[in-house]
Design a protein around this ligand. Structure first.
Ligand SMILES: Cc1cc2nc3c(=O)[nH]c(=O)nc-3n(C[C@H](O)[C@H](O)[C@H](O)COP(=O)(O)OP(=O)(O)OC[C@H]3O[C@@H](n4cnc5c(N)ncnc54)[C@H](O)[C@@H]3O)c2cc1C
Length: 406
């Protein structure tokens, strides 16, 4: 007994490494997809993690990461053909988790490009448009953004877009403004949603940012969340776009915009789950190292309860988004199922990151300790791609049969 006590003192058992995949979801991918996930994790941990706080504090995008990002060959993840990365819905989601687990801005940059911009072309573009635009976007030679929200129209975008499109021979003339558009201050291609003044329907257009006269972008300043993502306010003054750039195959009304959003909303569910995982792992590591009253704070009961509650939130969100991926793989995911996942995971995310922030005490509000960044970024995910209230109204309408939209 004396010997074993002495050896325990000399060689204490190593503490468990923080691991937020408690129910081992990543293991359900096939071997090839697990290898992709490992590559993403290695990139995020070795290249992004060491520099991201500095960029976040400075409101700047880390362009230095783009060459290594391109080498991951993730452009068009989940989209089959046209040089896109393809892959299962589960892989798409778990990649979103891997990115957001280290930084939600990087996950958002990628989501806007690959799911909102490329996804619009893949879902409602013509065959010619897919062949022309998707390959360079998949190689990330051309980066895209998605312009739906306007300065005066956010949640009400479905019925109230004020940006107009007027057909003039073989071209369309676009006028109006778009606000909050991620990647817009520096990217190459915008998917712009505008109301056709002749039939009053919403249509989508592929606009080339850098070569379209009348198209300009002002970077939005002083954000307190997702500071690495560069959001822009786009102004279009008599921008002429060829008819060949109108998303032609499917985009005939706002219903088509909603089809794009169905997929991307549930991607936000994965991002929100990833944010919680990152915040939890940082908090757990901190709890193992930080001493108070001569003991690691992780040895206190109240701290362990906080950590267990965080892990329960995370695991519940993982279960939910994994099931939405199964439904999406079978082509069965409905708007209301995507909306429920987006609402629940973003709400849980706010709770989890606030517990993580609390666990770090004062250091929880210093960017250097990472958790403060997750804490702020969770706020943006709660509101973008349709607010918590909008998602619940979509669910409410489906389950009661009554529309409460005003
Ligand atoms: C960081 C960030 C990035 C973004 N990126 C993009 C992008 O790339 N492209 C893009 O197009 N947009 C983008 N957005 C815009 C985003 O989708 C909108 O912010 C969102 O849809 C909400 O619109 P709003 O901010 O105008 O809020 P509002 O619509 O003005 O809503 C304000 C509040 O009122 C509530 N509300 C509104 N109507 C109702 C109602 N009928 N019943 C109950 N409550 C209601 C809302 O839930 C919210 O709480 C981004 C936003 C953020 C914050």
């Amino acid at each position: 007994m004396a010997t074993s006590l002495a050896s325990a003192k000399k060689d204490p058992r190593p503490l468990p490494a923080p691991d937020s995949d408690f129910y081992r979801f990543a293991e359900t991918l096939n071997a090839d997809e697990q290898a992709i996930l490992k590559k993403v994790r290695a990139f995020m941990e070795s290249k992004v993690a060491p520099i991201i706080n500095k960029y976040w504090v400075e409101d700047a995008f880390p362009f230095e990461l783009l060459p290594a990002f391109k080498e991951l060959n993730l452009g068009g993840l989940g989209i089959q053909g046209y040089g896109c990365a393809g892959g299962s819905e589960l892989l798409v989601g778990l990649v979103g988790i891997e990115m957001a687990r280290v930084d939600a801005s990087i996950a958002t940059f990628f989501g806007v490009h690959s799911f909102l911009a490329m996804g619009s072309i893949a879902l409602v573009g013509s065959e010619e448009q897919k062949q022309k635009w998707l390959p360079p976007m998949a190689r990330m030679e051309k980066i895209g953004c998605f312009g739906l929200t306007e300065p005066l129209v956010g949640s009400g975008a479905g019925g109230g877009l004020t940006t107009t499109a007027k057909r003039d021979g073989d071209t369309w003339i676009l006028n109006g403004q778009k606000r909050w558009i991620g990647n817009a201050p520096w990217c190459d291609i915008s998917i712009i949603w505008a109301r056709d003044v002749d039939d009053n329907q919403v249509k989508g257009f592929i606009v080339e940012n850098k070569s379209t006269p009348g198209f300009s972008v002002d970077k939005m300043l002083n954000k307190i969340a997702l500071k690495v993502v560069q959001n822009g306010q786009i102004t279009m003054k008599d921008c002429r776009v060829p008819e060949a750039n109108r998303l032609a195959s499917g985009a005939q009304s706002f219903r088509d915009t909603a089809r794009v959003l169905r997929g991307t909303r549930y991607y936000v569910g994965w991002e929100s789950t990833g944010i919680q995982m990152g915040a939890y792992e940082h908090a757990l590591k901190y709890a193992q190292e930080r001493l108070q009253f001569g003991k690691p704070i992780g040895s206190f009961q109240l701290i362990q309860e906080l950590l267990a509650k965080m892990l329960a939130n995370i695991t519940a969100c993982q279960c939910m988004v994994v099931r939405t991926a199964q439904l999406a793989n079978e082509g069965k995911l409905t708007d209301q199922q995507a909306a429920l996942a987006k609402a629940f995971t973003t709400a849980k995310s706010r709770e989890t990151v606030s517990w993580a922030r609390e666990l770090l005490g004062g250091n929880g509000i210093i960017a250097d300790y990472n958790v403060g960044r997750f804490f702020a970024d969770a706020e943006a995910l709660y509101s973008y791609e349709g607010t918590y209230q909008m998602q619940n109204l979509i669910v409410g309408k489906a389950i009661t049969g009554f529309s409460a939209f005003v």
